[in-house]
Design a protein around this ligand. Structure first.
Ligand SMILES: C[S@@+](CC[C@H](N)C(=O)[O-])C[C@H]1O[C@@H](n2cnc3c(N)ncnc32)[C@H](O)[C@@H]1O
Length: 277
């Protein structure tokens, strides 16, 4: 349950069903832009909720058809007009396979960069270990990503990606706390969240302001919010300590992704908010 106040008993979250959907597209366009902005620095990355690494896409149906499937169809190998979206599609060369955040990060790592990937679910963490077993720059930890220490070394930049399942309403509160830790550590962070209604994203932004965390939030809705029932209207990212070039890239990417993925009468919208104490 994302918007309700009562936690339900449910099966462990499985990202397979959502891989490549519109929310993954926006998340990974933004994450790759952030990684690219730091390509000349040594980076230490923490992926707090890493998932299994990659996902075989079903030949027929699936949420990906309304996400990366529509982007591919619309641009069919040509340039999208957005550097960030071109970069994203270039990192997804196999139409039958969707690379999750740890694999996308791996492709962006330099020789001395590192990735710490936390994944709480045992079977999922094991799959991720198999996917990246050959790479000494990557450590997979089967542990609670909310409590993971940030990797830090003198002269290196720490980047934190936080992408929880939001099965529990408490994840929204934990996200604000994590945002504060990112800021206080002088790290760069990207916090991703789903949008069904404005209530919880707005509370998250408010909580970050209350904690004096400078940030920019960039939300993309691919369906008018009043038209969604239980499905997502869109998703958003909070960027902390991100270079201005990322914000410029993402704002240029919004209409490209929005127009391609809008699925109600071509209607899409975006909302950005910046907070500097
Ligand atoms: C949305 S998926 C991650 C997708 C991945 N970041 C990507 O972009 O490819 C969320 C993952 O978090 C895992 N998870 C749930 N609670 C966790 C926790 N407290 N710490 C670490 N991982 C957790 C779930 O098992 C699931 O695989």
């Amino acid at each position: 349950m994302i918007d309700g106040g009562v936690a339900e008993q449910r099966a462990p979250y499985d990202h397979r069903f959502h891989a490549g959907n519109h929310a993954d597209v926006w998340k990974h366009v933004a994450w790759l832009s952030l990684l690219a902005a730091h390509k000349r620095e040594r980076i230490l990355v923490l992926d707090t909720h890493a998932g299994r690494g990659g996902y075989a896409l079903p030949a027929r149906g699936g949420e990906w058809t309304m996400g990366i499937g529509r982007l591919r169809q619309r641009f069919a190998g040509g340039s999208t007009g957005s550097g960030a979206v071109d970069r994203y599609l270039a990192r997804m060369p196999d139409p039958a396979f969707y690379a999750g955040s740890p694999l996308l990060t791996r492709n962006a790592l330099g020789r001395t960069d590192q990735l710490v990937a936390c994944e709480h679910d045992e079977a999922t963490a094991e799959e991720l270990r198999r996917a990246v077993a050959d790479d000494p720059r990557i450590r997979v930890r089967r542990e609670d990503g909310w409590a993971a220490p940030f990797p830090a070394e003198a002269g290196a930049r720490t980047l934190v990606l936080c992408d929880p399942p939001f099965h529990e309403p408490a994840d929204w509160l934990r996200m604000a706390e994590l945002g504060q830790r990112v800021h206080e550590a002088g790290a760069v962070g990207m916090l991703w969240y789903p949008i069904k209604r404005w209530t919880r994203p707005t509370s998250l932004h408010h909580a970050l302001r209350g904690r004096k965390v400078p940030h920019v939030a960039v939300d993309l809705l691919v369906t008018p919010i009043e038209r969604t029932g239980h499905s997502l209207a869109g998703s958003g990212v909070v960027l902390i300590g991100a270079p201005a070039s990322v914000l410029v890239e993402l704002h240029a990417a919004l209409p490209v992704v929005g127009q391609a993925l809008a699925h109600h009468e071509g209607r899409w919208s975006s909302r950005s908010e910046a907070y500097v104490p």
